[in-house]
Design a protein around this ligand. Structure first.
Ligand code: NAP
Length: 276
């Protein structure tokens, strides 16, 4: 496993997402096995949110990690409309109950809403004092938002910004990525295989075939080669988890990076932050 420094702690650079996991009875057992297989493979970071299936994803994660809580770096997120001081605390307590645990390792503001940062930070800090969360961070914040957050008292303790980042969504490379990495704030790259659209991209399929890896592995290996980036692919099938884990062994040389840059060019100017 490769590790990334997050608030002074070494966390896996390859974790697991859970959006749409827990939504269907038919796939439930395989989804639980997938998360457990990922833990066996040291993909010990699990990302979920109160939003996913309105709690169904957290319930499934709770089942998957039962008896293995200490192995996991557990991440969940608060809805912006819940992110007042008291609302953040109440939402976290509901998440903890669904996850059947007493603490989160990282709690994120899912995206910026109308609640002032001061109030959300006050909620996060109270949760930290109570031992219910260890670190806090944000998601879907652009550079201007990050600057405002960091100028807010306590805001400089933000542990991560989780944003859309993959070969087809490179806009953050213009400014946000560098800004965060320079401040020691890792980026969590969500939808790292563009919700499976990248595995069907014929340009990537052809290059992956030449390299001798799968398209998902190539897309993930490209992210894993970057400093301060944590990738959280979602896979509801054991075979996909195992394949994604294989990305750790794909070391891409300079020529492959150049070919990827030619196929999926970096930004040539500032771009609005992309979101899903
Ligand atoms: P993703 O991880 O890019 O793609 C997930 C899709 O790819 C699933 O359909 C999955 O299928 C498929 N897949 C996974 N591994 C594969 C492989 N090796 N070969 C072929 N297909 C594969 O998209 P995502 O779920 O949107 O993003 C990942 C996580 O980021 C989410 O689950 C969530 O935790 C987080 N996220 C956060 C935000 C935010 O606003 N903060 C937004 C979006 C996502 P199977 O499930 O069938 O294996």
């Amino acid at each position: 496993m490769k590790y990334v420094n997050l608030a002074g702690e070494q966390v896996p650079a390859l974790g697991m997402g859970t959006w749409n996991i827990g939504d269907s009875r038919a796939s439930r057992a395989e989804e639980i096995r997938s998360l457990q297989r990922g833990l066996d493979l040291e993909m010990r970071l699990i990302d979920t949110a109160e939003m996913y299936g309105e709690g169904a994803s957290e319930i499934l994660v709770g089942e998957a990690i039962a008896g293995r809580r200490d192995e996991v770096f557990l991440v969940s997120k608060v809805y912006p409309h819940n992110a007042t001081r008291r609302g953040t605390i109440a939402a976290c307590e509901r998440s903890l109950a669904r996850l059947r645990t007493d603490r989160l390792d990282l709690y994120l503001l899912h995206w910026r809403g109308n609640v002032p940062f001061e109030d959300t930070i006050a909620g996060f800090e109270e949760l930290q004092r109570a031992g219910k969360i260890r670190h806090w961070g944000v998601s879907n914040l652009n550079l201007a938002d990050m600057e405002e957050l960091c100028a807010t008292p306590g805001g400089e303790r933000v542990a991560t910004n989780q944003v859309l980042y993959n070969l087809t969504r490179r806009g953050i490379e213009w400014d946000l990525l560098r800004w965060c990495v320079a401040r020691g704030v890792p980026i969590m790259a969500y939808s790292p295989i563009e919700q499976a659209r990248l595995v069907r991209d014929q340009r990537l399929v052809a290059l992956a075939r030449r390299v001798g890896v799968s398209p998902a592995q190539l897309a993930l290996a490209w992210l894993l080669a970057k400093d301060g980036v944590i990738a959280i692919p979602k896979a509801g099938r054991v075979a996909h988890v195992e394949e994604n884990h294989g990305a750790l062994a794909c070391l891409l040389d300079r020529e492959i990076h150049a070919e990827l840059d030619a196929l999926f060019p970096p930004p040539r100017g500032p771009q609005p932050l992309a979101m899903l």
